[in-house]
Design a protein around this ligand. Structure first.
Ligand code: 4AD
Ligand code: MG
Length: 430
């Protein structure tokens, strides 16, 4: 009977066949201990000379790491085994030989591993991260689908900038015009919200950032909810609900993976609503009190974000940044027009920003002025201006970078391990 390692417990005492790869092999006299992986997990298969005979036993002594094989044998519960079960091998069939596998159990440098990312993905640690990523994405979808949001995706080729012109990737293809890879689907999300009320988009986004930090990717995945008839408070509540539900879901379903990653789960268990809400001014005061050389009126740098996010035991929502340092579409606070009705959510433990969003300018004249002030081409935004011409309403939303979120939940040093094939300034292969 065909089985997978993930549900091996349901086959206790039965004879099964596992299709997988040889992860590791250890031998002692008349026994081979084969660690098999099948994509769903790892298990030890014990092969004894007495059972399989001399020939099969000798052949198995030459199996290289990552040989693909099928193992047939009885499932036996064993308290000492990881996962609680072992297989007593009755027969073994090799599909594809593997000799001199480049990634051995010894330590390798990150560049060496990144050059072999297609193979590195097979390790226990990397598969644990990919499973957490899967769970985060699944939790995101469930969260929005369960709250009446409609998935309405946005284009990747776009005619204009959303998040500033300095990080655009030009694409030459379309007649008489340069297209750009999208930095964010938000502007289209706003149009979609005017059609459907509550929407979200989820897809790849691109930033031609020349920064080489542990938080930046050139290509990353962003989920972007947008709501009609919503204000900044609604946006913050939604962000809070999303993050707490993702964390609860990973704690519930991915304990094993968090354990493999040696993640201190008490830190994640503390992530409950309400999150502290502070203003940009409050944050500036915290930084000053901690003696950081922060210049009021500028955006927080990497170190500032790290310090602020270490200051709280759960995510913190920072609102009311100066309008001058925020995107053209941010609505100024009517009470204090030099501040924007925006929010950044910083993850704790030094991870920094994982969510950025806020309320959008809903007034036609103001939006026209902002587009001019930012030196943006009005023609490219006519459709976006139409949303203010034909039945404008207060609205808002945010974007959450999946990789930043996964990096924090797994407590990784660098965002590059959270995506199957990271794209960065110096990384395009494989
Ligand atoms: O703060 P950002 O730039 O906001 C926007 O793009 C808005 N238009 C979103 C919206 O309101 N719909 O990006 C949003 C999030 C960040 O908080 C971060 O999690 C992630 O996207 N992000 C990146 N992740 C990895 N690498 C990068 N270079 C990133 N830039 C942004
Ligand atoms: Mg941001």
């Amino acid at each position: 009977m065909r089985a997978t390692i993930a549900d091996i417990a349901t086959f206790d005492g039965q004879q099964v066949t596992l299709h997988g790869w040889l992860h590791n092999r250890r031998s002692s006299g008349k026994l081979h201990f084969l660690i098999i992986r099948d994509g769903s997990g790892f298990i030890q298969a014990v092969m004894s000379k007495a059972t399989v005979g001399d020939d099969a036993f000798t052949r198995a002594a030459h199996l290289g790491q990552e040989t693909s094989l099928s193992v047939t044998g009885a499932v036996r519960a064993d308290e000492r085994a990881r996962g609680g079960y072992e297989i007593d091998v009755a027969s073994l069939e090799v599909h594809g030989d593997s000799q001199d596998y480049p990634i051995t159990p010894k330590e390798h440098g990150v560049d060496f591993l990144m050059d072999r990312r297609h193979l590195w993905l097979r390790t226990e640690r990397q598969t644990a991260i990919m499973r957490v990523r899967h769970e985060v994405i699944d939790a995101v979808r469930d969260f929005f689908n369960g709250r009446g949001f409609i998935l309405c995706d946005t284009p990747i080729f776009t005619p204009a900038a959303c998040e500033g012109t300095s990080t655009l990737f030009p694409v030459q293809y379309f007649e008489d015009t340069t297209a750009f890879l999208t930095q964010s689907g938000q502007l289209y999300g706003e149009a979609n919200a005017m059609a459907l009320g509550k929407v979200y988009g989820f897809g790849p986004t691109f930033r031609a950032e020349k920064s080489k930090t542990r938080r930046h990717l050139t290509e990353f995945w962003m989920v972007e909810p947008e709501m009609a008839y919503a204000d900044l408070g609604d946006v913050i509540s939604l962000a809070e609900g999303l993050i707490t539900s993702i964390v609860a879901r990973v704690l519930d379903k991915r304990r094993t993976e968090l354990q493999i990653l040696e993640r201190d789960t008490t830190k994640l268990e503390a992530v409950t609503a309400p999150f502290p809400r502070i203003t940009y001014d409050d944050a500036a005061t915290i930084l000053r009190e901690k003696g950081l050389p922060f210049a009021y009126g500028t955006d927080f740098g990497g170190t500032d974000e790290t310090v602020l996010s270490e200051h709280f035991d759960r995510p913190v929502a920072i609102t009311h940044y100066p309008t001058t340092i925020k995107a053209f579409y941010m609505k100024p606070d009517p009470q204090q027009p030099d501040k924007a009705l925006c929010v950044d959510v910083l993850a704790p433990e030094g991870y920094g920003e994982i969510i950025g969003g806020g309320q959008r300018v809903d007034d036609l004249d103001l939006l026209l002025r902002r587009i001019r002030e930012h030196g943006l081409p009005q023609e490219a935004f006519e459709w976006y201006l139409d949303l203010r011409r034909y039945g404008t309403v207060p609205h808002g939303g945010f974007g959450m970078g999946i990789e930043r979120c996964v990096s924090w939940i797994c407590k990784l040093e660098h965002v590059r391990e959270t995506i199957p094939y990271p794209r960065m300034l110096y990384r395009l292969y494989p």
